[in-house]
Write a protein that binds this ligand. Structure first.
Ligand SMILES: [Zn+2]
Length: 591
């Protein structure tokens, strides 16, 4: 059955401080005493004073974001690394993203900045530049500093975190401790860059549209370090099998039959799936991405990074942020209840076990900390939801955006008139620019037709609100002026730029309905629980295992880690430090 039930929504507009202020002050005093004790014990006179010393003896903090891992997929019974984290860590079982636009850039931007995505400057995978009425990729940088390393010829678009409006945990760490090392790694550029913050030592990602190698950009490095340079597409793919075989669900194993309507057929709907259709070349990258071997190789790269940079081994504290993308690519293709998703989770569980063993052997279990979370969940395949009697009330559950928005354009033509002279020019894209669920009206079209923005917005809002598959239409101005029901208004505000820079209208899709041009696969991006419920687990020295049912969100990760690392977070954060210990812990002020 579909496990994501509609549940009462936590209201992010009334976030309480998760730890009473008095407790925080007492805890801070205790933390300072810890620092003082540790400092006298661990440092020598010749040690650099610029190295961070945590209250709990940490030397490496590892954030592991599993792209598209729904909270209900973190299973304590898993035998490997995921299960171990779930059993041994402090699990915030009601963790939930606090923004509406549940996309990769936004989810990752909130994790280590302690800010909501729009405040951080990365409200979604794409952002509209209203002045130019252009859609920009969240981590694009067209200047030469964004040039992608290891490519012979440069494309027009480079990559950097220039869109960030705020600093991040790695920046706070380096500001206080210049020797600290900060790295981020992912198969996706946007995940690595959003996790890296303003000035990490480097963000590394897979150059999937270019060379197929692990890369970075000139923003971070003049050139790739020698060891990174060896991570060519041949090296990445060499140990990867030609095909991916998995169970077919006979006997039943908890997932649905391998062949199910709505699953993608691009790399075969059923086992075996081709993984290297063009051998160890860049031509195989797309198939490789939709396989569990992607995360194996990302973790192997991360392991080499830890060894080469001696992360966690030099005194002080280092930070490594990983985003594992395989779950996302597989989930998009086959859905979260598929045999593919189940097998990939088991493989990821094993891969994480060996990665954690590596850290344990190298650093000692008392010196590293792991935070596990995700950037968003996902909607089950609409066809699956329909079969379960849940989900979208529309037949098929899929709404084609082109047909949908074409209808709006025709309506605006009829009411405001394209005008005989411009008849040939007026098309769907002449009235508005569309960015996912966001609509931005084009000033030149309004002017040409003598239509006021207020009237066009009102007409469009009314038309859209009556369409099947639409739960509500948010007016950008109303969002800023406090109109609309909570908690949705706050979720949308956290995904929207300030007045004048944000969208004119935003569509809230109905529960379970998928706006997609594709006849197969599924996605995320809505404010509903299936997209917002994510795992959040902390594990490490001084952290008591257990399950905590209170409100928590990935935006709380950065302030929580700052406290654990003994560094100062900026005062204007949206997140709050989470309590990681029990009442009877030595760290508890009541102890
Ligand atoms: Zn994602």
């Amino acid at each position: 059955m579909v496990t994501a039930q509609r549940v009462e929504t936590t209201d992010p507009s009334s976030r309480r401080l998760r730890v009473p202020l008095f407790r925080l002050i007492v805890a801070a005093v205790i933390a300072l005493l810890f620092v003082a004790c540790q400092s006298s014990g661990r440092r020598t006179e010749s040690d650099s004073n610029s190295r961070a010393v945590s209250p709990t003896g940490l030397s490496l903090v590892v954030l592991i974001s599993i792209d598209q891992l729904r909270a209900d997929r973190l299973d304590r019974r898993l035998p490997g690394g995921l299960g171990w984290i779930a059993r041994s860590g402090r699990v915030f079982s009601n963790a939930r993203l606090e923004h509406a636009r549940t996309e990769t850039c936004a989810g990752h931007a909130t994790m280590l900045t302690g800010r909501q995505p729009a405040a951080a400057g990365l409200p979604g995978n794409t952002v509209v530049d209203r002045e130019r009425m252009e859609i920009r990729y969240c981590v694009e940088d067209q200047s030469s500093r964004g040039a992608i390393l290891g490519r012979r010829s440069q494309p027009e678009e480079g990559r950097s975190p220039q869109a960030f409006r705020v600093s991040s945990l790695g920046d706070w760490l380096k500001a206080e401790h210049s020797d600290a090392r900060v790295y981020s790694v992912s198969a996706k550029d946007r995940a690595a860059i959003a996790l890296g913050g303003q000035r990490p030592d480097a963000a590394f990602w897979l150059d999937r549209d270019g060379t197929g190698r692990m890369t970075s950009s000139r923003y971070y490095l003049k050139e790739l370090p020698d060891w990174v340079g060896t991570w060519t597409v041949e090296k990445i793919l060499a140990p990867v099998p030609e095909v991916w075989r998995h169970a077919s669900g006979d006997p039943p194993n908890g997932a649905r039959p391998d062949a199910f309507v709505g699953e993608s057929t691009r790399w075969s709907m059923t086992s075996p799936h081709p993984v290297k259709p063009e051998g160890d070349t860049v031509g195989s990258i797309d198939a490789f991405l939709a396989s569990p071997f992607l995360d194996d190789r990302t973790l192997a790269f991360a392991q080499e990074l830890v060894a080469h940079e001696d992360l966690g081994g030099r005194g002080g504290i280092d930070l490594l942020a990983l985003s594992l993308s395989g779950t996302d690519f597989i989930g998009h293709s086959y859905g979260p209840h598929s045999q593919e998703a189940r097998d990939a989770l088991l493989r990821l569980d094993r891969a994480l076990a060996s990665f954690l063993d590596f850290l344990r052997d190298r650093l000692g279990p008392e010196h590293f900390m792991v935070v596990l979370t995700s950037d968003h969940g996902v909607l089950p395949l609409p066809e699956w939801g329909h079969q379960q009697g849940e989900g979208c009330p529309l037949p098929g559950g899929r709404i084609h955006p082109a047909e949908f928005y074409e209808g709006l354009s025709v309506e605006l033509d009829e009411i405001f008139g394209p005008g005989p002279e411009q008849a040939d020019d007026i098309g769907p894209s002449d009235w508005f620019l569309r960015n996912g669920y966001e609509i931005f009206f084009r000033p030149e079209t309004l002017a040409r037709n003598g239509a006021s923005i207020d009237r066009v917005t009102a007409v469009a809002e009314q038309w859209l609100a009556q369409r099947p598959g639409v739960a509500r239409v948010w007016n950008g101005a109303d969002l800023q002026h406090g109109k609309g029901n909570e908690p949705m208004r706050t979720l949308y505000r956290n995904s929207s730029f300030e007045a004048g820079a944000g969208a004119d209208l935003i569509i809230e899709p109905a529960y379970g309905c998928l706006f997609t041009p594709w006849p197969a696969g599924t996605s995320h991006g809505s404010p509903h629980d299936y997209d917002r419920d994510v795992p959040l687990v902390f594990l490490g020295p001084g952290i008591d295992p257990g399950t905590v049912a209170g409100a928590a969100a990935p935006v709380d990760i950065a302030p929580t880690l700052a406290r654990e690392m003994g560094i100062t977070a900026p005062p204007e954060l949206d997140g709050s430090p989470l309590l990681l210990w029990e009442e009877d812990s030595p760290r508890s002020p009541d102890h």
